[in-house]
Design a protein around this ligand. Structure first.
Ligand code: MG
Length: 376
């Protein structure tokens, strides 16, 4: 059994606003038509997209896949006919005809249509009307309309291919949709369960409705960093960008800012892009004595290049001395300046290790940090 889908995208969609037809407009990071095509992936054996002849070049720039792309006509009927004709060389058993402007169609809606085609020449989803219906004139209600037996029609409208193609070929007058074409040709069309989410984007506010349905399409990433530097000779330490007088210094290839190293590694970690040692090899003499903000600036730039916002970082320093508390505001401010983030998205904390282990014996300072990156 073979199934084809015809995505009708030849309309100009002027009611939807925007500077281009609605099927090309962005919907949470993807063009409407990309989401619509995606809905039929794995269901249809072949996909035909029917475009306005003026949009052929634009389609090429999108990098989307369709088995055939054909030029449509001035009317919807004519566009569907062009799509059906394109399938004539390798006719499918069933064809689903779908509006490009219905990107939210679910697999259940599609599969119910296909299932109904076993017993009917046509099948299409619809939702029973639940609102009261009025007639009106000049701003006044003139009557009520019985809503029993009334449905709001949706797509995909599915048919036995040979039958709907024959019906379209003999059709002389315009039709509201393919169900009308089918019925006028004597085909039976089953009503399957539609979905209120399967809306047709028509007006500008429909975009925000669909974006709300999609929910936050965010890529949220978390990374961690851990580092230790040992004490040696010196009269100060660098911690999270702040120089603190101390009886000893921290040893390291760079300025040994153990806190800033962990924040940097947390960002690299969230990106899945290695660590400081990989980007700034200790074997490379040019990084000897380097100030650690060089590393952090690099990691922050990498995150930005890949489209991520740094949502927050949290760093914990582990040492007995120096006491960190008095320097916390300056540390947050220093990291905030380097990362170009508000200070309330940066946390610097400290703890001792209860005199246990190497940090307890004041042999060195350890640090751990996490970072959250968000791409929306
Ligand atoms: Mg280090």
């Amino acid at each position: 059994m073979t199934i084809a889908v015809i995505i009708v995208a030849a309309g100009r969609g002027r009611r939807a606003g925007g500077d281009m037809p609605k099927q090309w407009q962005d919907l949470s990071g993807k063009p409407v038509i990309a989401r619509t095509l995606n809905a039929f992936r794995g269901v249809a054996d072949q996909a035909v997209v029917v475009l306005n002849p003026d949009d052929m070049d634009y389609w090429e720039t999108l990098g989307l896949h369709a088995d055939q792309v054909v030029a449509g006509a001035d009317t919807r009927d004519g566009s569907v006919r062009a799509g059906l004709a394109a399938l004539a060389a390798t006719p499918p058993r069933y064809v689903l005809i779908h509006d490009a402007a219905r990107p939210m169609v679910s697999a259940t809606v599609i599969n119910d249509v296909i299932a109904a085609l076993k017993d009917h020449a046509g099948a299409a989803p619809a939702v029973a009307v639940s609102d009261a219906l009025w007639t009106g004139n000049a701003g006044l209600v003139t009557g009520t309309q019985d809503r029993a037996g009334l449905y709001r029609a949706q797509t995909p409208q599915g048919f036995h291919y040979d039958a709907i193609y024959a019906a379209h070929l003999v059709r002389k007058s315009p039709a509201a949709d393919d169900v009308e074409v089918a019925r006028d040709a004597g085909l039976d069309v089953a009503i399957t369960q539609g979905d209120p989410r399967n809306i047709k984007i028509t007006n500008p506010e429909d975009f925000s409705r669909v974006i709300n349905m999609l929910g936050p399409d965010m890529d949220v990433r978390c990374g961690n960093g851990y580092d230790v530097h040992r004490f040696g000779d010196g009269d100060h330490v660098w911690l999270c960008g702040v120089q603190i007088p101390h009886g000893r210094g921290l040893q390291g290839h760079s300025d040994a800012d153990v806190g800033m190293h962990t924040v940097t590694d947390a960002i690299y970690g969230a990106l899945g892009m290695g660590d400081i040692g990989q980007h700034f090899p200790p074997s490379d003499p040019q990084w000897k004595g380097a100030q650690s903000h060089i590393f952090l600036t690099h990691a922050v730039g990498l995150a930005r290049d890949y489209g991520y916002q740094i949502s927050n970082v949290d760093c914990t320093l582990v040492c007995e001395y120096p006491k960190i508390g008095p320097h916390q505001p300056a540390m947050k401010a220093a990291l905030a300046a380097i990362m170009d983030l508000p200070a309330d998205r940066i946390s610097v904390k400290a703890t001792t290790s209860e005199r246990l282990g190497f940090t307890g014996r004041e042999e060195g300072i350890a640090s751990i940090a996490t970072a959250t990156l968000v791409k929306s």
